[in-house]
Design a protein around this ligand. Structure first.
Ligand code: CO8
Length: 260
């Protein structure tokens, strides 16, 4: 499918999806949200893709939020629908079976930070800035930010960030556990791709199950999470990946996983 606001490149089992509205600092409008939804659906089903990287076009922004110019004239029902649409799209991203890495190359604000938080983990450039400036606009986060941020860093830090509307540098976000690693801007994509390719060379089914166990386990009592983990662990022993991975170890060679 052709996209107007997204660039999609697939190579070596890794898809790089670039939000491409640099003239608006990649702000998310309705059309872009629709395109993201299609892209996530398409990438989930594409057997050539094992890992997804999400980033923003240009040097300045990952995504500077939802499109304020589009939101400015929304009525309450419009805004409610817009929030539900954004949440549906970002939940689809969160629920993808394939691993997703955000390469945060600049401003990740409001809906942009919510997009990054819907990814499995974040790498960021030294110049990236993260925040929820919604209160400066008289609104609040609406694409899952209050939920995902508080679960990730706890309510105290989430309260501070969301109530103040301030931006924090990538290095501080790393200290808070929001960003996994910070790289010089010119190295960010290469480092992210290096990690994505390493993940893509592992057993895809095991990674998908581990992702499922981590995500669902957080919503379960710990012992239920353990039971869920054990059940998935058992299922993996019926897969070609497990046969290949363990045979390769015994035969002292590199595993060649073929499942997707
Ligand atoms: N929406 C629309 N346009 C934007 C946005 C945005 N979020 N951010 C930047 N732009 C546009 C600017 O208007 C400008 O366009 P133009 O040249 O036509 O005037 C262009 O991008 C470049 O931006 P600036 O000139 O402002 O660049 P600066 O370097 O001076 O500033 C900033 C960069 C600090 C990032 C600044 O652009 C800014 O503050 N942007 C807005 C950030 C923001 O408030 N984001 C949160 C938006 S609200 C949100 O995301 C809510 C999500 C949930 C919605 C729930 C449903 C209702």
């Amino acid at each position: 499918m052709e996209f107007k606001n997204l660039l999609l490149e697939i190579s070596e089992s890794v898809a790089v999806l670039t939000v491409n509205r640099p003239q608006s600092l990649n702000a998310l409008n309705s059309e872009l949200l629709n395109e993201l939804e299609c892209a996530f659906y398409q990438l989930e089903l594409d057997p050539e893709v094992k890992v997804l990287v999400v980033t923003g076009a240009g040097e300045k922004a990952f995504v500077a939020g939802a499109d304020i110019k589009e939101m400015a004239t929304m009525t309450p029902p419009d805004a409610h629908r817009f929030a539900l649409k954004g949440q549906r799209v970002l939940l689809a991203l969160e629920k993808m079976k394939k691993p997703v890495i955000a390469a945060v190359n600049g401003y990740a604000l409001g809906g942009g930070l919510e997009l990054a938080l819907a990814c499995d983990f974040l790498y960021a450039s030294e110049s990236a800035k993260l925040g929820f400036p919604e209160v400066t606009l008289g609104i609040m986060p609406g694409f899952g930010g209050t939920q995902n941020l508080a679960r990730l860093i706890g309510p105290k830090r989430a309260n501070e960030l969301i109530f103040s509307g301030k931006m924090i540098p990538a290095q501080k976000a790393e200290g808070w556990g929001v960003v996994n690693e910070v790289f010089p801007a010119q190295e960010l994509l290469a480092k992210t791709l290096e990690c994505a390719r390493a993940i893509a060379s592992q057993g895809t089914i095991g990674i998908g199950y581990a992702k499922d166990a981590i995500a669902h386990g957080l919503d379960m009592a710990k012992e239920d999470g353990f039971r869920y983990e054990a059940a998935l662990f058992g299922v993996l022993f019926g897969t070609a990946d497990q046969k290949e991975g363990m045979a390769a170890f015994v035969e002292k060679r590199k595993a060649n996983f073929r499942s997707n």
